[in-house]
Design a protein around this ligand. Structure first.
Ligand SMILES: C[S@@+](CC[C@H](N)C(=O)[O-])C[C@H]1O[C@@H](n2cnc3c(N)ncnc32)[C@H](O)[C@@H]1O
Length: 310
């Protein structure tokens, strides 16, 4: 999904060609680019234009907002100037910050993101933490499978931080897999990571895993219709909607993981706190006797953890 050619925010028209205009000779200082960006973002209805200008500059130049401020007298390089102008224009037209910047931080890694993949959320960092904690506590690594890998944030973090023999990421979206593949090339973890196309766990065939982890689509169709435009108009519907009731993918994984996990292996799922009780009941009904729900950093019931056959 791309940004609309023109979008009105708070009654102010933001033309698609608008952006950070450099000095005629292209020799704009970082400080002047930031000031121009602040004006463009304010005209686009962004509530904190100065802060966002600094954040976007830092993201584009792979520095920090503080560094941008220290560099304000310095003449900006051509690539940075052009990249920053494009990012500011995208944000002024309503794109979420991560899509505008083209990057998102997730645990220890930096990922390229665009509208082909969900923007990784802080809650999902907690899901990864649960998996790593369990693997360390049980000194069990082996093969991990991340279903619905999207940007690759879970699979690549597990590969970067864990001691797995192999990590497999799957996704139904070929477009998402293309993003994950370029992130895999950029992160280049020592642990081998393979990316596979397919529906849920069908993508791994008859292989067995020690860990199955997933942040599946878990929004209901009605909830998606009522979502903030910044999410609904930009993030892929396939990444968000889990059937009419939001439970279709969670139920599918609960069913399939029973035959794909090795004895005692871990299933770790992210879920919507409003349906944690339903997912727990489904898990128990499907034979996951050890299933329990854990809380996220905001104190909401967010993860289902279960082992198979123990
Ligand atoms: C909520 S996003 C999670 C993306 C990433 N793992 C994260 O945590 O940010 C769900 C992902 O599942 C993928 N997906 C949707 N339906 C699927 C299916 N039936 N089988 C495999 N992947 C699916 C979507 O394309 C999307 O990348």
């Amino acid at each position: 999904m791309t940004a609309p050619a023109e979008r009105r925010n708070g009654g102010t028209a933001v033309p698609a060609t608008d952006g950070v205009v450099p000095a005629a000779d292209g020799a704009a200082s970082v400080g002047s680019l930031l000031s121009d960006a602040e004006r463009v973002l304010a005209a686009g209805g962004i509530a904190e234009p100065r802060r966002e200008a600094l954040m976007l500059w830092a993201a584009v130049t792979r520095t920090s907002p503080g560094h941008a401020w220290l560099q304000r007298e310095v003449v900006a390089g051509e690539d940075d100037r052009v990249g920053f102008a494009a990012a500011v224009a995208r944000r002024a037209h309503g794109a979420p910050v991560a899509y505008a910047a083209g990057t998102a931080a997730f645990r220890s890694i930096e990922l390229a993101v665009d509208s082909r993949v969900l923007i990784p959320r802080p809650e999902t960092e907690g899901l990864v933490q649960h998996v790593l904690d369990w693997c360390r506590a049980h000194n069990r690594w082996g093969v991990a499978v991340d279903i619905g890998t999207g940007s690759g944030c879970i699979a690549l973090s597990l590969a970067a931080e864990g001691a797995f023999d192999r990590v497999i990421g799957t996704d139904l979206s070929l477009e998402a897999l293309a993003v994950a593949r370029s992130n895999l090339d950029a992160v280049a973890p020592r642990t081998p990571v393979t990316l596979r196309h397919g529906d849920l766990l069908w993508a791994i065939g008859q292989e067995r895993a020690d860990v199955v982890v997933s942040n599946p689509p878990y929004v209901s169709a009605d909830e998606w219709s009522a979502m903030d435009a910044g999410v609904r108009d930009y993030e892929p519907r396939l990444a968000l909607v889990g059937g009419v009731d939001g439970l279709a993918h969670l139920r599918g994984v609960l069913r399939l993981a029973r035959s794909r996990l090795r004895e005692g292996g871990l299933l770790a799922l992210e879920l919507d706190c409003r349906r944690a009780g339903d997912v727990l009941a489904d898990a128990r009904a499907l034979g996951w006797a050890s299933a329990r729900v854990e809380f996220d950093l905001f104190g909401r019931e967010r993860y289902l953890l279960a082992t198979w056959g123990t």
